[in-house]
Write a protein that binds this ligand. Structure first.
Ligand SMILES: Nc1ncnc2c1ncn2[C@@H]1O[C@H](COP(=O)(O)OP(=O)(O)OP(=O)(O)O)[C@@H](O)[C@H]1O
Ligand SMILES: [Mg+2]
Length: 269
């Protein structure tokens, strides 16, 4: 399902202009990272995808739906959104109930709900915690519950708002596995992150925001090599990319493996 954002501007009621003429297209099955300094407009942008916010100017289309003409409840069939703070999202007594809430609300039949809940529990490695109260879990696992409850809605598009923030290494690895599995299933995944290594290792396309605008948008290797523009929005390229740039490698590298390959090529030349 295609996402089309045309000339989107958004002003909060207090007068803050948080998005300025943003235009973007995201194709079905793309994995996109959105990065940029605090207050750049990342959350404001993604809240337009499920109708939580509506454009002040311009328009947003999810497939053939203009978000101005569909309710948040309707848009939830197409776009799943995991909040920056999971506590804004969780409210039931057990992990399994929490995960079942979304698909039940979408009116899926009982058997399908069960399948979706099991699948989400497995993807997030929450099986052993299915009967636990989400509020008895650590913040790391609570975040997984929030993610599982969106996975279970089986939407073609998923949006994760800073899933890596405050997560330990094991949880970040788990997230990378979930994103890889969603890619395999042909889902569109849009992830906001401040973790530049996570961005470089898991996303083919990177959108850089600053001051409510898109500063850069393209393949990770092109975008993460543009240190000067990234600096405008207080983002440093990944360490491995910086090392490659400093050594004058012929190509921009994003992962240790890419670094080794490029380094070997350079030495052989
Ligand atoms: N509810 C609100 N009312 C008024 N202004 C807001 C509101 N939410 C965000 N803003 C402002 O809009 C701008 C964009 O904020 P937004 O939350 O989209 O940024 P962000 O890139 O997600 O930042 P962060 O990395 O801190 O989450 C900022 O100037 C912010 O202060
Ligand atoms: Mg945000």
């Amino acid at each position: 399902m295609n996402i089309q954002i045309e000339n989107l501007s958004f002003r909060y009621p207090n007068g803050v202009l948080a998005l300025r003429r943003v235009s973007l297209e995201i194709a079905p099955g793309e994995q996109v990272a959105v990065i940029g300094q605090n207050g750049a407009g990342k959350t404001t942008l993604v809240k337009h995808l499920n109708g939580l916010l509506l454009p002040t100017e311009g328009r947003v289309r999810i497939g053939d739906w203009d978000t101005r003409h569909y309710s948040v409840a309707k848009l939830a069939r197409r776009v799943g959104y995991v909040f920056q703070n999971p506590d804004e999202q969780l409210f039931t007594k057990t992990v399994a109930e929490e995960i079942a809430f979304g698909p039940r609300n979408l009116g899926y039949p009982g058997e399908r709900i069960q399948e979706l809940v099991e699948d989400a529990l497995q993807l997030t490695q929450l099986q052993a915690m299915r009967n636990t109260n989400p509020y008895d879990l650590s913040p790391t696992w609570r975040k997984m519950v929030a993610i599982a409850s969106i996975l279970a809605m089986d939407t073609p598009i998923l949006v994760f708002d800073e899933p890596t923030t405050g997560q330990d290494a094991a949880s970040v690895t788990r997230l990378a596995m979930i994103i890889a599995e969603l890619k395999r299933r042909g889902k569109t995944v849009i992830t906001i992150t401040h973790d530049i290594d996570f961005c470089a290792e898991n996303f083919a396309r990177v959108i850089v925001m600053g001051g409510g605008q898109v500063l850069l948008d393209g393949p990770a290797r092109t975008v993460l090599g543009k240190a000067e523009i990234l600096a405008q929005t207080y983002v440093d390229p990944p360490q491995i990319t910086r090392l490659g740039l400093r050594l004058g490698l012929a190509e921009v590298v994003c992962t240790p493996q890419e670094f080794l390959d490029a380094f070997e090529k350079q030495c052989a030349a």
